[in-house]
Design a binder for this molecule. Sequence first.
Ligand code: FAD
Length: 411
Amino acid sequence: MTLPQHHDIVVIGAGIAGATIANELLERGQKVCIIDSANSPASGCSSHAYAIAHPHIGRGSPRLLRLTRIAFSMAEARWGQTWKQHGIFLPAKKDKPFNPQELITHLHSLELDDDLARVLSASEANQICGIAQNGVWMPRGASLNLSTTTNALLRPHPNLQCLWGKRISRFEKRGHHWMLIDDQNHQLFSANKIVVAAALATKSLLSSIDIRLPLRPVRGQLSIFSVAKESLWVNHLPKTAISGDGYCLPAERQNDGSYRWMVGSSFDEGESDLNPWVASDEFNREQAKALVNYSEGGDEALVSSDSFVGIRCVAGDRLPIIGALTQRPGIFIVTALGSRGILWSALAAKLISAQVLQDDFALLARLGFTEDLLAALAPARFFASALASPPSLGVLASNSKPILPSSPSAK
Ligand SMILES: Cc1cc2nc3c(=O)[nH]c(=O)nc-3n(C[C@H](O)[C@H](O)[C@H](O)COP(=O)(O)OP(=O)(O)OC[C@H]3O[C@@H](n4cnc5c(N)ncnc54)[C@H](O)[C@@H]3O)c2cc1C
């Protein structure tokens, strides 16, 4: 009988998360095998071409603020040469008084310097972004095509093995190794360490080893609108990206003088339908009007010409799940990236490779990545024992009963 092929490190899932981690491990001299059930990289949510990245600046959720600031610098270090740095404008809430001084103090408290986040009056914003609204300007905010990025991360490398069209359905512990088994019960591989980056499918994979994670789907549709050159809308299209309730990219002028404008996205809790919905385009038209403060703009002038539909994977508390599964040594999880695939993949690459290679955490600590942030992302936060002893690198939680956090705050 031939034994299944053995690998030191196997990554399951070739989306932006799995690909970024595999790439980091390769750069650190490791051999990596990456497996995906699809026939090519970026077939799932990471087929997305229009993802944006900026640090979160809202009030509340202090850990999210710190995490996104650290993750943004990691993403910028990784992709800053290749992403489109058009800047992102965050309009102030219209139902609240605009107090620039208070906002400046808030941004400084987040250690966001002027080159990263700057308060703009409506007239300044009109000049820079083409939108006459008060708000915060993030000149280094950018967009990234997740599909081309994922493919580039997995370009041929002597230490990288890619296996397409292989669906893993469960794991089994055999001695010191993990066995990866498909739905025909074939033992495909054995591995010392498995990084599970399979988005929603992570839930069923982990249930095979009695670990239950509170993951659920949130469908999202982006609309690509075409705007005729004679439309009144042309004077209201943004020159930069805008992120508020929804987001949009800068409108792109086409050869015939019309504009192509990406606006999104819908947020359909619990839905997994990948077909485009007319209702989602309508929702995005409303978001478009609010983003550029043009409530009188006609719907019919925003003609749907294309769309992207993806299924986000989210956890109950809306933070990603990134870390070693201390209850099952050798298993590492990266899932629930929600709407921040760029930031969390960059952060996961550093964190997971440090855990897989059992580095000391001095580098991560220097970047501001402290023990409480590690605990906020760790899978162990969902298990009963986490209440008694907050998860940390050395803690072995013994109970895998999930605790569903209450009242998710969506973005
Ligand atoms: C409408 C919308 C807008 C968004 N906007 C932004 C944005 O502006 N900025 C941003 O940063 N992010 C954004 N996102 C989020 C981003 O797209 C995701 O967070 C990211 O793509 C998730 O990457 P992933 O690698 O975790 O998952 P995926 O890309 O889904 O990859 C998972 C992979 O696992 C594979 N797989 C699954 N099960 C198995 C199995 N059993 N065996 C083997 N392989 C398996 C799948 O085939 C897939 O390739 C948006 C998402 C949507 C839907």
